[in-house]
Design a protein around this ligand. Sequence first.
Ligand code: SF4
Length: 393
Amino acid sequence: MINYLYIHIPFCIKKCVYCDFYSIPLKPRIAEDYTDALCNEIKLRTLSSTKWPLAELRTVYIGGGTPTILNEKDISKILDTVRNQYSVRPEAEITIEANPETITLEKAEALLKAGINRISIGVQSFIDRELSILGRSHNADDAVKAVKDTRDAGFKNISIDLIYGIPSFKFQISDFKSQIRNWEYSLQKTLELNPEHLSAYELTPEKNTPLYEDIKSGRLIMPDEDVIAEMYYSAIDTLTRDGYNHYEISNFAKPEYECVHNLNYWNRGEYLGIGSGAHSFFNDKRSCNIKDVSRYVEIANKGEIPLTEETGITGDEALKETIFLGLRKTDGIDISMLPYGKRPAIKKAADELASHGLVELDNNIFRLTRKGLLLSNEVIVKVLLYIEESRLS
Ligand code: SF4
């Protein structure tokens, strides 16, 4: 049974220069059509409930894009349809992602009234120069105001997203101490706003983005690797000292405020995704909806579920997913829960990586160390390679 629902809103005010997600500008007519298509898909999935058996929902997560670009009426309509079609636990975590320029006190009050009880605000930095390098459409004052407005409206569960490792213009290149000071300033400003949850992501320049091209051409210069490492460690130390639990590579929460929806992903739990380009995972199959918004709307409004592909994930592929998702959590994974025959390969990987101080294996709990968290991508790939080799040998 599925207890976790994701709803995708693929619209943004404008494209940030580092973003490689599919999102498009919102035009008035599209918002209405898309909302109707989402509501249709929600109903269609209920009709085929033997294929998509939804139990009482523990979470609903409205992500994007910038979901708060939709007006209050459309957001309420989507959530009302969810409640009419599925049963939602009274204590369910209902999240919406937001960007500062789309939040006002009135909007935040309306979101709360629509049933949303958690808001995740994409602040990214409290330094205007960095926000402009990222191509964001808000400044630091807008971000502070948006967080205060959501608090004043009555939100008791606010999350703030930050980005570290932001490049500088070649002609403005600052020394590593001021780069770290800037990051610590953003962390301090965040703490002053006292959010219940915080995500700190390292900026990765993705190919086919304007940011990548600017770095390639030398117009923008990335901070050195050791500066980025210091930023990451400074986030861990500052936030844990302030009472936040570092529960996933990039995520921190006050006690009891860990994101239930995302923990389900890292635990490789099942979920249903609604909306263009949304992914679902159920019955050992990962599936994806049509990405193109117009096609999605056309098909959902014709009464068909707009699925494009379904891929079965079993055996070693399932095990690899359990490992690369589970190792993201600082609690790690319990290897006694993994297939018996695969444990020797995982133990071998653990011994080898532990000798470099990257992981620890204690009482069957396999987790990344502080050094391993910093190098998580490389470490996780190494563990997966051990599993692959054990399959071939
Ligand atoms: S607001 Fe978020 S999804 Fe939209 S373009 Fe910027 S980073 Fe991408």
